[in-house]
Ligand binder design. Structure first.
Ligand SMILES: [Zn+2]
Length: 136
């Protein structure tokens, strides 16, 4: 019997491929069953949502963490690596990177705005004070 995932020839009667661990095709049906409880399509969809919402900050971060968990769960359960699961895994990382990047950006931006107002406000008070003391 030949593993449909990696092409290794496995002994007949083996349930899992000795090389990649993929579940081997059922001899009666010839159908390869994916052992993971989550489908590769679901992994991909979570990745797409994570990457799309990455720039939204906190929501993107939460969705990306869920997407990473789904992707890892798929691998841990011996899910067969395919295009969809790979895309899901890569996009969940993209989402994670984007959301963390944007959160850092906005935090620095807000701190800079507050600092600008604080310094600006202080400067204005100084100017008004010296102006007042000049007049009076
Ligand atoms: Zn294999």
């Amino acid at each position: 019997m030949i593993c449909k995932n990696c092409g290794t020839e496995a002994n007949n009667g083996e349930t899992f491929c000795p090389v990649c661990g993929a579940k081997l095709a059922d001899e009666t049906t010839g159908k390869v069953e994916n052992p993971a409880s989550i489908s590769p399509t679901a992994v991909m969809v979570w990745g797409i949502v994570a990457a799309s919402l990455g720039a939204s900050g906190l929501i993107g971060l939460i969705i990306s963490i869920i997407a990473r968990k789904k992707s890892k769960q798929y691998l841990n359960e011996g899910g067969i690596i395919c295009g969809q699961s790979k895309v899901g895994s890569i996009l969940s990382k993209v989402g994670l990177g984007l959301s963390i990047g944007f959160m850092i950006f906005w935090t620095i931006y807000i701190i800079a705005i507050i600092a600008a107002f604080a310094i600006g406000g202080f400067a204005t008070t100084q100017v008004v004070d010296s102006y007042s003391s000049f007049i009076y």
